[in-house]
Design a protein around this ligand. Structure first.
Ligand SMILES: [Zn+2]
Length: 141
């Protein structure tokens, strides 16, 4: 068991001063905390659940793909990434226009007429359609 060491500097405080001993296994404690945080997310968690994403102690599907494709799959799944709408919101670019002319939001990336299209269900598995979509956007988002 770890014990707090004597403080050498008054300004430093050890995490052991505020941490509590686990009463379960680390995996159970981590999963329980994750589930608690998940439940507090409300509508966003419901949206992720619709896409087949649930708290779990394993890598998301598609982890056998290249890093760039897997990253893109995960960004499309959670609806957060470097699409042009986000880049404009973050004041990195001035335009949110996609090559097709529509505003390029994360949801648009799955429905863009100039790229392979896929659905949330495709992303969960991922299907060939999701992999094609992720491959298309992997260098952009
Ligand atoms: Zn587009």
């Amino acid at each position: 068991m770890n014990t707090a060491v004597r403080k050498r500097l008054g300004s430093r405080s050890s995490f052991l001063d505020t941490s509590e001993a686990l009463e379960t296994t680390p995996t159970d404690a981590r999963t329980t905390e994750w589930q608690k945080q998940w439940n507090s997310l409300g509508s966003q968690a419901a949206q992720w659940k619709e896409r087949g994403i649930t708290p779990d102690e394993c890598l998301a599907t598609g982890h056998d793909q290249t890093w760039a494709v897997w990253k893109t799959l995960n960004r499309l799944r959670v609806g957060e990434g470097r699409c042009k709408a986000s880049m404009k919101k973050w004041n990195i670019t001035t335009s949110d226009a996609c090559a097709c002319g529509e505003p390029q939001t994360m949801e648009h990336l799955m429905n863009c007429t100039q790229a392979p299209q896929c659905t949330g269900d495709d992303l969960a598995e991922p299907t060939a359609a999701a992999l094609a979509c992720a491959n298309h956007w992997k260098d952009e988002i």
